[in-house]
Ligand binder design. Structure first.
Ligand code: ZN
Length: 59
């Protein structure tokens, strides 16, 4: 399942694969960006999407 987590680092929503394995404290987005695990995730991206995550998600 694909979820979107907002990163306070760059202010964009990144695509997070909920089935993927992630390090303890972060989730690794499809673009490789790391989003804090405690970040709230959404089914629909909130705000601007990370360009590289959006490109992968739309495929
Ligand atoms: Zn991204």
């Amino acid at each position: 399942m694909l979820l979107w987590g907002w990163s306070r680092v760059d202010g964009r929503a990144h695509a997070l694969d909920s089935n993927a394995e992630h390090p303890a404290l972060v989730s690794v987005a499809r673009c490789g960006h790391r989003v804090l695990r405690q970040t709230t995730v959404f089914d629909v991206p909130q705000g601007p999407r990370c360009p590289s995550c959006a490109r992968r998600a739309d495929r």
